[in-house]
Design a protein around this ligand. Structure first.
Ligand code: FES
Length: 154
C-alpha cells in the first residue's frame, strides 16, 4: 500500500497529466524517491492507486532506465556510452570508474555508496565525456576530474 506521503505527492500531480496512465512514470519516481528502488510491491501499489494493470506499470519501469527495479547505492552514476563520449574517451573513464569503485557496470560498490550504470546520450555531447550522479551533470571529464567529483560524494 502507498504511504500517506506517497499518496499525497501522487495526488498533487494528478492535475498536471491528462490521465492516470500519463501519470504513471511520475508516480513510480515518487515511490522510488521514498523507497530507494521500485519493488514488485511498489509496482502493485502504484497500479492499484492509478487503477492500471501492474503489467502496464512494469512496461513503463522497464522502458525508463531511471526507474530502478533492483536495489541501488546511495548515489547512482550514469556514464554516457553514446558516440561522442565514446570518441572522447568513454572506455578510459569507464575503466577508471570501475577500478576506483571496485565494481563493473550495473553493480553497486561494497560500501553501498555508488551504483554505476551505462546510459545513452545525456544531451551534452559538445562537452563529452559526460556522466551524471543523481541529478547532477558532470562534463569534459578526465580521470582527475572524476576523482574530485567522487570525493564530493564520500
Ligand atoms: Fe555522451 Fe551525448 S554522447 S552526452
Amino acid at each position: 500500500m502507498l504511504s500517506k506521503q506517497e499518496k499525497q505527492q501522487i495526488e498533487a500531480k494528478v492535475h498536471h497529466y491528462p490521465n492516470k496512465r500519463a501519470l504513471s512514470l511520475e508516480a513510480l519516481k515518487i515511490v522510488q524517491e521514498h523507497r530507494g528502488w521500485v519493488t514488485d510491491e511498489g509496482i502493485a501499489d502504484v497500479a492499484e492507486a492509478l487503477q492500471l494493470r501492474p503489467a502496464e506499470l512494469e512496461g513503463v519501469a522497464t522502458f525508463y532506465n531511471m526507474i530502478f527495479r533492483k536495489p541501488v547505492g546511495k548515489h547512482v552514476i550514469l556514464l554516457c556510452d553514446s558516440v561522442s563520449c565514446w570518441i572522447m574517451g568513454y572506455e578510459r573513464l569507464r575503466e577508471h570508474l570501475t577500478t576506483r569503485l571496485g565494481v563493473g557496470l550495473g553493480e553497486t560498490s561494497v560500501d553501498q555508496q555508488f551504483t554505476l550504470l551505462p546510459n545513452v546520450c545525456l544531451g551534452a555531447c559538445d562537452h563529452a565525456p559526460v556522466m551524471m550522479i543523481d541529478n547532477a551533470h558532470y562534463q569534459d571529464l578526465d580521470a582527475g576530474k572524476i576523482d574530485e567529483i567522487l570525493a564530493m560524494y564520500r
